[in-house]
Write a new protein. Structure first.
Length: 540
């Protein structure tokens, strides 16, 4: 087996940032009171085997000391006698008592790790301690992009906002090896990790590290070339065709999600209605894709159920003939029959996604029968995460259990932060997702700004900006998903539309697939907004 020694000269320890040395505690150098004589015991440091087949050998250093004790014997320190630079050495300390079980411990050679062992004292006071690691080890061999010099690295778990590792690197365009001990308290059932590398020019590269089991005393190794994260919009080679939004002369509501049932039948969710807020629309499309709502009515059971769930997203499961509805108030996704009655089933939402998010929680909901996956994401980032960095979650639609986790970054808002705080209404984030049969997702981002003032002043200054992106979660090696801009459109003044829900529609006679986008008028806002439907024609 290949061995990589952790024997790093002290002069390099701070530069590399991978290792601290266990020094001899001077205050405890004397033998424990009441003991006489001394023993030489063997101390072996267990190697760390990696899942790639190689092994990391940990070595003793001059001045190392190990704490030794027994159930009825006070702790004392054993000090390195010989064997520095090797994994096996002899330590000298107070004489051991025959046939007594002793325990040994010392801090790990990396933060987050500790080493422990036990041994039965042999006749004559000898013993052999094999010290094993409490931590798991993660090793990354980072290959910077051509022409780039890496200056820092972070390791991000997908279930918390806190980095497991964050450290500067000596600027280098060559391959860099980074080693990290992961303490047991940091082990979580994350599906994957994200490595993020900072380059000298300020750009960022990310890579997704697939899920590996973390075990004490063992290591997982990754080889990665980070994908450059683009903060500018990357247009799709074949963009979507955006048709004009059409105002629908129906009763004003707060329709925030939509899903296609069959033919001209759609289920729509009203975020202020009782129960699941389920309504049904009949929507016809002409041969050019223009949409007209001809009928609306609520689900039968709505009025018999509690209010206040703030339902936002909706999808149809053809196999069970049921609907799933996401509720922002309690970060839930519940199942309903087509008459609006709950089935009693709900999606098992990971605990980290349950953080309170007033008016910024679960709005988006997407489902593909072909992949069997359900998708959601919070509208805004969670409190502990970077602004605009969202946790995208998939679920097995059959079991309603979590499946995969990804990171998605919102495009920056156009409204200055100080203006966003002084408005009659302001929203920014992801309100809708549509899952495609090829595994791609369509992600809708929107920003709506309504200034304070009279109705006329609001109308003059109000604007909405909507962006439609395509991402490929299961095929993208990047740690933060790359996205392609399929379409963008804005509304203002007398045609202000807060587009908030979307779903696939029928295929037109000429073979083009439609995407319907519905606006939440917030009840009309005293005539400022209206009920709009927009149709986009998706590229092949």
């Amino acid at each position: 087996m290949t061995r990589h020694s952790l024997l790093i000269p002290r002069s390099l320890a701070l530069t590399v940032g991978l290792l601290f040395l266990v020094g001899r505690p001077q205050a405890l150098h004397a033998q424990a009171a009441g003991e006489s004589g001394s023993s030489l015991v063997r101390m072996s440091l267990a190697p760390v085997p990696f899942d790639t087949g190689d092994t990391l050998a940990v070595c003793w250093h001059e001045g190392d000391s190990v704490r030794v004790w027994a159930d009825s014997i006070a702790p004392c320190w054993y000090h390195l006698a010989d064997g520095a630079g090797t994994p096996q050495a002899r330590f000298e300390g107070p004489a051991l008592r025959d046939s007594v079980r002793y325990y040994a411990s010392l801090p790990g050679f990396m933060p987050g790790d500790s080493l422990t062992a036990s041994a039965l004292a042999e006749c004559g006071g000898g013993a052999h301690f094999v010290l094993t690691h409490s931590a798991a080890y993660i090793r990354m061999d980072i290959h910077p992009l051509p022409g780039q010099e890496a200056t820092g690295v972070e390791l991000l778990p997908l279930r918390c906002g806190k980095a497991l590792l964050s450290r500067p690197l000596q600027p280098s365009g060559a391959a860099i090896r980074v080693l990290q001990a992961v303490a047991p308290r940091d082990w979580e059932p994350w599906e994957a990790l994200v490595a993020r590398v900072t380059y000298r020019d300020g750009s960022l590269g990310t890579a997704r590290l697939d899920a590996r089991p973390l075990r004490p005393g063992a290591g997982v190794a990754y080889r990665l070339t980070p994908v450059l994260e683009s903060r500018a919009d990357v247009p799709a080679s074949l963009p979507a065709t955006v048709l004009p939004g059409r105002r629908q002369w129906i009763t004003p509501g707060q329709y925030s999600g939509i899903t296609h049932l069959s033919g001209e039948r759609y289920a729509v969710v009203h975020d202020k209605a009782a129960g699941g807020g389920i309504h049904f629309f009949r929507i016809g499309l002409d041969k050019n894709g223009n949409a007209v709502v001809s009928k609306t009515y609520p689900a039968q059971a709505n009025n018999t159920l509690p209010e206040g769930l703030d339902n936002e997203g909706i999808v149809f499961l053809p196999g069970s003939q049921t609907l799933l509805v996401s509720a922002e108030a309690d970060a839930s996704i519940r199942e309903y029959r087509l008459d609006g009655q709950p089935t009693g089933r709900s999606v098992s939402v990971p605990e980290d996604l349950l953080a309170p998010q007033p008016n910024a929680g679960f709005e988006a909901l997407g489902y593909s029968e072909a992949t069997g996956l359900l998708w959601t994401v919070t509208e805004r980032n969670l409190p502990d995460d970077e602004e605009g960095l969202l946790r995208l979650q998939s679920f097995d639609a059959g079991t309603l259990q979590p499946a995969g986790r990804y990171l998605y970054r919102c495009s920056p808002p156009q409204t200055a932060p100080e203006l966003a705080l002084q408005t009659a209404a302001y929203v920014w984030g992801v309100p809708a997702i549509t899952a495609l049969d090829d595994g791609c997702l369509l992600v809708l981002e929107r920003e709506v700004y309504v200034p304070v003032g009279s109705v006329l002043e609001k109308a003059r200054g109000a604007m909405s900006r909507t962006l439609l992106y395509r991402v490929r979660p299961q095929a993208d090696p990047a740690g933060i998903l790359g996205k392609e801009l399929l379409a963008s459109f804005t509304t203002s003044a007398l045609n202000l539309a807060n587009y908030e829900g979307m779903c696939l529609g029928p295929v037109l006679p000429d073979g083009r697939r439609t995407l319907l986008v519905i606006a939440d008028s917030q009840g009309g806002m005293n005539g400022l907004t209206g009920e709009y439907l927009k149709v986009l024609l998706l590229p092949d």
